[in-house]
Design a protein around this ligand. Structure first.
Ligand code: NAD
Length: 538
C-alpha cells in the first residue's frame, strides 16, 4: 500500500517534505518557499509540498501499488491569491483500510495505557503545537484564507484542546451505589470504545480536528483522522508533532482525501469499531448516518450546519450591540458554523441599528485586514449566487468596501476572480421573509437584518429554521435573558457575548444541526463504552 518514507535520510524529521515546510515559520519564509523554483532533480510533481499520509507513526506516500485505485492528487490552493501551493493525496479505500489496520493494532496497548501516561503524551503534543504556534498559524492562514491573527487564536485553542483533556482524564469520577436492602455493590465502569474515524471540515481546520483527536486519545481510543481535502496543511504538520511527541505508532493516523473516496471508505469500514466523530455539513451528516445504519454499534457524533439568529432588543446599548452582532456575523469571513447571519432587531431601534452597523462594518471589517479570503473558488461562487438571489429579490445592499454604494452591481464580486477569492462583508436589508437567504446556510460574509416587534415574534423568527446550532441574544433585561434564552431552539445560546467556550460544557446543535454533544464528560460518552457491574460485597 503506502511506502514508509524517511527520504532525505534525516532522523530529525519524519520526511523531507516536512523538513522543508517546518523551516517556514514566518509568512515571509513560507511565501518565499512557495514562490522559489524547484530543483531539476525533484520528482515529477510541479509542487514542492506533496502531502503524505501518516500511518503507524511514519509518513507514507500513497502509492499506485494499491490493488483497486491509483492514488490521485488534488490541488491545495491559497485562497488569498487563487494559486496552487501544494498537493493533497486522495487516499484510496485500500489505503484507508491499511491505515485502519495500524489503528486497530495500536488499540490494544493504547487503550490499556494508564491515564497518567496518556495525559503526558497529550501534554507533549500541546507543548509542541505551542512551541510552533507561528508555523501552524502561517500555514493555516495560507491554506484556509483566514487572517494570520485569526489563525493564531485557533492555534491557541488547539493547544487548549490537548491541555484540557490531558487533565480531564486525571480527575474521573464514576457512580457507585449499594442496592437498597441488599449488600450488592453496583458501579459504572468505562472503557475505550475502539478505533474511531475523525472527520473535520475546512473552516477551522486545526482547531476542529484537535477537538476530536484530543478526547479520542485521552479516553484511550485510537483513530484514523481525515481533514477536509480543501484545507489539509495543518493536519500534515500535526503528524510531525505526533511523531516528535513520541505518540505510540498507530495511536493517531491521518489519511488525506476527499469525501466520496476517502471519507466514505473510512466511515463505512467495519474496522471502525468505536464510531465516527464528524463535523461538517448537514447533508454529509445524513449520508454518514445512512452509510453506518447497519453498523449499529458505532457511536455517531454529528456536528452539522447552522443558520444562527442574533436577536437585538430595544433596550441594548447600541454601540456594544452593533459590535457583538458584527463580530458574530463576520468573524473569519462568516465561515464559522456559529456565526449569527440572521440578525433580527426590535422596531424601536431598527433604523439606528442598521445605520450604525453599516458604518461600523465599513470601518472595521476590511478585506486584507480583519477579513480574509473565502476558502475556495467553489465556495466563492456559492456565496456570490446568494448575492445574485438577493439582488433578484430586491434586497437593499450595503458593503464594507470603502468605495461602496448601495448598488448591488458594484458590491457583488466578479464571477471570475483573478487574484484570490475576496468578498467584502455584505449587509442585506429588506429581504422578503420567505427568502432562501433567511433559510439556507450561506457560510460567508453575508448577513441579513430584519425587524421584529415583540418578544414572542423574536422567538418565533429565531426558531423558524431547520437548523438549531447557536443563537445570540442581546438585551439588558435580566428576566428576558432567561425567558427568551430558554426558548431558543439552539444548542448554544450566547447572551451579550459570542464564541465564548468552556471546554467542559456541552457543544452541539438541535434539529438539523446534529446529534450528540462533545466537551468534557460529553466527549467521554462519545469515546467510551459504559457498563454497570453488580457484585455481592461478600
Ligand atoms: P462537508 O460536509 O462538505 O465536509 C466535511 C468533511 O466531510 C470533509 O472532510 C469531507 O471530505 C468529508 N466528507 C464529505 N463527504 C463525505 C462522506 N460521504 N463520508 C465521509 N466523509 C465525507 O462540509 P464542509 O463544506 O467541509 O464544511 C462546512 C460545513 O461544516 C458547514 O455546514 C458548517 O456549518 C459545518 N460546520 C459545523 C460545525 C459544528 O460544530 N456544528 C463546525 C464547523 C463547520
Amino acid at each position: 500500500m503506502g511506502q514508509t518514507l524517511q527520504e532525505g535520510g534525516n532522523a530529525e524529521f519524519g520526511s523531507s517534505v516536512i523538513q522543508d515546510v517546518w523551516a517556514c515559520d514566518t509568512l515571509e519564509k513560507a511565501k518565499a518557499f512557495i514562490a522559489s523554483p524547484r530543483h531539476a532533480s525533484d520528482d515529477e510533481s510541479p509542487y514542492k509540498i506533496k502531502m503524505q499520509n501518516y500511518v503507524g507513526g511514519a509518513f507514507t506516500t500513497p502509492s499506485s501499488s494499491s490493488t483497486t485505485t491509483t492514488s490521485q492528487y488534488i490541488d491545495a490552493i491559497n485562497p488569498k491569491t487563487g494559486r496552487v501551493f501544494g498537493q493533497v493525496p486522495i487516499s484510496s479505500a485500500d489505503e484507508v483500510e491499511h491505515t485502519l489496520r495500524a489503528a486497530t493494532e495500536a488499540f490494544g496497548s493504547w487503550s490499556a495505557t494508564p491515564a497518567a501516561a496518556r495525559s503526558k503524551h497529550l501534554q507533549r503534543v500541546a507543548g509542541l503545537i505551542q512551541e510552533n504556534r507561528e508555523l501552524f498559524a502561517v500555514w493555516e492562514s495560507i491554506d484556509q484564507g483566514k487572517t494570520l491573527e485569526r489563525a493564531r487564536v485557533e492555534v491557541d485553542r488547539a493547544v487548549s484542546n490537548f491541555n484540557y483533556f490531558s487533565t480531564f482524564i486525571l480527575h474521573q469520577q464514576t457512580a457507585a451505589r449499594v442496592v437498597d436492602g441488599s449488600n450488592i455493590l453496583t458501579y459504572e465502569h468505562r472503557s475505550p470504545a475502539g478505533v474511531f474515524a475523525l472527520i473535520s471540515p475546512w473552516n477551522m481546520p486545526l482547531y476542529l480536528l484537535t477537538w476530536k483527536m484530543a478526547p479520542c486519545l485521552a479516553f484511550g481510543c485510537t483513530a484514523v483522522a481525515k481533514p477536509s481535502e480543501v484545507t489539509s496543511m495543518t493536519a500534515f504538520l500535526l503528524c510531525e508533532v505526533f511523531r516528535r511527541a513520541g505518540l505510540p505508532p498507530g495511536a493517531m493516523n491521518v489519511v488525506f482525501g476527499d469525501g466520496a473516496t476517502t471519507g466514505s471508505a473510512l466511515v463505512r469500514s467495519p474496522l471502525v469499531r468505536g464510531g465516527v466523530s464528524f463535523t461538517g455539513g448537514t447533508a454529509t451528516g445524513i449520508q454518514i448516518r445512512r452509510d453506518t445504519a447497519d453498523q449499529i454499534y458505532k457511536h455517531l457524533s454529528l456536528e452539522l450546519g447552522g443558520k444562527n439568529p442574533t436577536l437585538v432588543f430595544g433596550d441594548v446599548e447600541l454601540d456594544k450591540a452593533v459590535q457583538t452582532a458584527a463580530m458574530a456575523a463576520f468573524e473569519n469571513q462568516g465561515e464559522i458554523c456559529l456565526c449569527g447571519s440572521r440578525i433580527y432587531v426590535q422596531d424601536s431601534i431598527y433604523n439606528d441599528f442598521v445605520a450604525a452597523s453599516t458604518a461600523y462594518v465599513q470601518a472595521t471589517y476590511k478585506c486584507g485586514e480583519r477579513v480574509g479570503a473565502v476558502v475556495s473558488h467553489q465556495h466563492y461562487t456559492k456565496i456570490r449566487s446568494y448575492l445574485l438571489l438577493a439582488q433578484s429579490e430586491g434586497a437593499t445592499f450595503s458593503s464594507s468596501t470603502s468605495t461602496s454604494t448601495s448598488n448591488p452591481e458594484t458590491i457583488i464580486p466578479p464571477a471570475d476572480p483573478t487574484n484570490g477569492y475576496w468578498i467584502p462583508p455584505v449587509i442585506l436589508t429588506d429581504v422578503p421573509p420567505t427568502s432562501r437567504l433567511l433559510q439556507d446556510e450561506i457560510f460567508g460574509p453575508v448577513a441579513t437584518i430584519s425587524r421584529f416587534a415583540t418578544e414572542d415574534e423574536a422567538v418565533a423568527l429565531a426558531n423558524e429554521n431547520p437548523n438549531g446550532l447557536a443563537a445570540v441574544l442581546l438585551t439588558r433585561d435580566g428576566g428576558r435573558m432567561r425567558r427568551v434564552g430558554e426558548r431558543l431552539e439552539a444548542g448554544l445560546v450566547w447572551v451579550n457575548c459570542w464564541l465564548v467556550r468552556e471546554l467542559g460544557t456541552p457543544f452541539g446543535g438541535m434539529k438539523s444541526s446534529g446529534t450528540g454533544r462533545e466537551g468534557g464528560e460529553y466527549s467521554r460518552d462519545v469515546f467510551t463504552h459504559v457498563r454497570t457491574l453488580h457484585m455481592p460485597l461478600q
